[in-house]
Design a protein. Structure first.
Lengths: 295, 449
């Protein structure tokens, strides 16, 4: 787990090359030396070589894809930020953590090989690569900005990356509540990473993984028995169930959402019935009068 | 109060004198009698905002009225009269000089120059098997006497001839005379009577159409209004589909609906049978999209976010709707207390969300239809009000020329039916509930929220 960076992290300055307002640093501390350092960091390739994976020779069975099957992984990404209270300085008012976790706090490293967090360019080393779970970055600063999170998957899962965007929030929405060092500002987004037409190998590997939502296979399809879960000890390490911040994680209840939707649909349907009745009522009388006149 | 008061020193006389000096001018501006103190306090002593009228202006008397005007009862003559009848009228006399000259309205006494023909001319150019010379002579006499007021002429004509026949005879004779007397046909080609000959058949048809319009029954009128309203709706939906540049599917379906209606415009188009262009507009694409299956474009990606899939499917569902409708759907979602974007977008939540959106679209469509219907009904009711007994129609009917009486026997038959409708009309308007509509509907939606 990376150290929650302290004031030192924000000390390095950036020339305001980005159009965005500098959020991490005092603008006046911009120095030429720091700028060049940052440039070098930014030009660092987003995906470090994963030759080891690519060199694997896939058997036919492994590359065969399952049509009309999708595997999804519910994830939650967001930020938790604490006000530093007495310790807050002008440019270091908050300590925050940005992360991607499994919606049920299961280990995502079963699919995610690497997560890249793109911070505001004013941060020292703004492109943070996290190679193992938990996928998170802690920082401190004073400004809010959008964090881009790119997820890279294991080669048997998918060779494309997935980009998430999250707006860092440091200050509570309602100004009425005073800032407190005890209660953080938590902003989380629920989403699902969907893999369409997965390879059979991938399917077999994650079939029994708690982080995955795996559909029933259409009959007639037989798969190799699920591989035993590897890296048992690693998995222990990767989940976020005992995370230091887990008490602040939000609950996302599908049932609540479904209930609300069902209630709304009922209302709308009732309206539709009412309108239909009104329509026929309007249509009705002229027909009658016409019939009468026809006699 | 100042330092001297506090110190108990006597007031110096010097400032008193200074104070007195400005006072007299203030007194001269004393508040005029009859003005309340409060009012004066608001304006008193201040320069007026509006420029006041100069006194010299008020004093000057208008110099304009030096002439004396009187009205007198005086005799007058009119050049329009041939009988030297002496008539009197009130005249405006300026400075005792009565106006001279012709009666001012005499210039409006225009008479038509009716051509005269000789016997030879009649024999040569004007003979018509349908008309005797006596009849033609009579016609021209009457034309001259009544200045071509053919309705009057037809009224006086001894034999039974329609206005059109009389007109046709008169104009054809006059035209023949003009052409015969002209040195060459080219000289008179510009003459209105030659250029635009009287068209007997057209005139008869015109009056028939006019009388049929004027004697329409209320039912016919309503049917016409329905057809027009429908045509308008079809046009609107066509425009909408054109602007949205959508797949041919909805367009063709509308076209079908349009041609069906065009094929049977006179037939009774029952409003219920309207294959509502608006709903058919939306239905096919909605039905074509399976909510459970994600768009192929996303499946090709191998990996995507559920929210992206939902966004695409929402777009597909509302692709046929306009921007306004899409906004209204979002608004309705909010009114229903549902997130415009689901907070927990699982597969089933997304499917439900999509279904809800589709249903809201249907609802909005129905509302629109209902509004259209109500507009139609109220339009019908308006026409039926104007058609109430004693409307211009009766008087127009009197105007319809007599030759159409045989035709109007048919109308008379219809009129019986029409009276029938009139008796029925109030009943109809009663059981179509006096449109609870426009104002009430939005409120209803809210109460159920």
């Amino acid at each position: 787990m990376p150290n929650p960076a302290t004031a030192a992290a924000a000390a390095a300055a950036a020339p305001s090359s980005s159009s965005k307002k500098s959020a991490g640093d005092p603008p006046e501390s911009a120095g030429a030396g720091a700028g060049s350092v940052q440039k070098a960091q930014r030009s660092k390739p987003a995906r470090p070589s994963d030759d080891a994976d690519k060199k694997l020779l896939f058997s036919e069975e492994q590359t065969k894809r399952l049509k009309d099957v999708e595997i999804s992984f519910p994830i939650v990404y967001g930020t938790i930020s604490f006000w530093l209270g007495k310790k807050a300085s002008e440019y270091n008012s908050h300590k925050w953590t940005v992360y991607v976790r499994g919606a049920t706090n299961e280990d995502l490293s079963v699919i995610v090989k690497r997560a890249v967090f793109q911070l505001h360019p004013s941060f020292n080393n703004p492109t943070r690569v996290v190679e193992s779970a938990p996928f998170e970055v802690s920082e401190s600063g004073w400004g809010e900005f959008e964090i881009a999170i790119s997820l890279f998957f294991h080669s048997d899962v998918c060779d494309k990356q997935l980009d998430l965007y999250h707006q860092l929030k440091l200050y509570p929405e309602d100004d009425s509540a005073p800032q407190s060092t005890k209660k953080p500002v938590v902003i989380e987004t629920y989403d699902e990473v969907v893999f369409s037409e997965p390879t059979e190998a991938f399917f077999a590997r994650v079939q029994n993984h708690p982080a995955a939502v795996v559909p029933r296979l259409p009959p007639g399809l037989s798969l190799p028995p699920p591989a035993p879960l590897e890296h048992v000890n690693e998995k222990k390490r990767g989940d976020t169930k005992d995370h230091a911040l887990s008490q602040w994680f939000m609950n996302f209840s599908e049932a609540d959402e479904l209930l609300k939707l069902a209630a709304a649909r009922q209302q709308v349907q009732a309206h539709i019935v009412k309108l239909r009745r009104q329509l026929t009522k309007i249509d009705g009388p002229p027909q009658q009068s016409r019939a009468a006149s026809g006699q | 109060m100042d330092a001297k008061d506090i110190l108990g020193l006597p007031k110096n006389s010097f400032p008193v004198i200074q104070e007195k000096k400005p006072r007299p001018p203030r007194d001269s501006q004393r508040r005029p009698d009859g003005v309340h103190r409060e009012v004066y306090a608001l304006t008193g002593g201040m320069a007026p905002l509006m420029p006041t009228i100069e006194v010299s202006h008020l004093k000057r008397k208008p110099t304009v009225d030096k002439e004396k005007i009187s009205w007198q009862w005086l005799p007058f003559t009119s050049s329009a009269r041939t009988d030297n009848l002496q008539l009197y009228h009130w005249v405006r006399v300026v400075n005792r000089v009565p106006p001279t000259g012709d009666y001012s309205f005499a210039k409006y006494n225009k008479s038509v120059e009716v051509l005269k023909y000789t016997d030879e001319e009649y024999e040569k150019h004007l003979a018509d098997p349908m008309w005797t010379k006596e009849e033609t002579d009579q016609l021209f006499d009457l034309c001259e006497r009544f200045d071509l007021r053919f309705v009057v002429i037809a009224d006086r004509f001894p034999t039974s001839r329609s206005v059109e026949e009389l007109k046709n005879r008169y104009y054809s004779v006059t035209r023949a005379l003009i052409v015969a007397r002209a040195p060459s046909p080219a000289d008179v080609s510009g003459h209105p009577l030659v250029k635009e000959p009287f068209n007997l058949a057209h005139e008869i048809e015109r009056k028939r159409a006019l009388s049929s319009v004027l004697s329409q029954t209320k039912q016919q009128e309503r049917r016409e209004a329905e057809i027009l309203a429908e045509a308008k709706r079809i046009m609107e939906s066509r425009m909408a589909s054109k602007s949205s540049e959508e797949v041919e599917l909805p367009v063709t379906s509308i076209d079908n609906g349009g041609s069906e209606k065009a094929a049977a415009p006179g037939e009774s188009i029952s409003p219920s049978a309207n294959n509502n262009p608006s709903s058919s507009n939306v239905a096919p694409p909605a039905a074509a999209i399976d909510t459970t299956s994600t768009p192929a474009s996303l499946r090709m990606l191998r990996v995507y976010l559920r929210t992206h899939a939902l966004e695409q499917m929402v777009q597909a569902v509302s692709s046929t709707a306009g921007m306004r409708t899409i906004k209204r759907v979002d608004q309705t979602l909010q009114d229903l207390g549902v997130h415009v974007k689901p907070k927990v977008p699982t597969k089933s939540v997304c499917a439900e969300h999509l279904e809800l959106r589709k249903e809201i679209l249907t609802l909005l469509n129905l509302q629109k239809q209902l509004q259209n219907k109500e507009a139609e009904v109220s339009a019908n009711r308006e026409t039926s009000f104007t058609e109430a007994p004693g409307t211009p129609k009766r008087s127009y009917r009197g105007d319809v020329d007599r030759p159409f009486i045989p035709d109007s026997v048919g109308f008379g038959g219809e009129r019986v039916g029409k009276r029938d409708h009139k008796r029925k009309a109030p009943g109809r308007t009663m059981d179509a509930p006096p449109s609870p509509p426009q104002s009430k509907r939005p409120r209803k939606l809210k109460t159920s929220d």
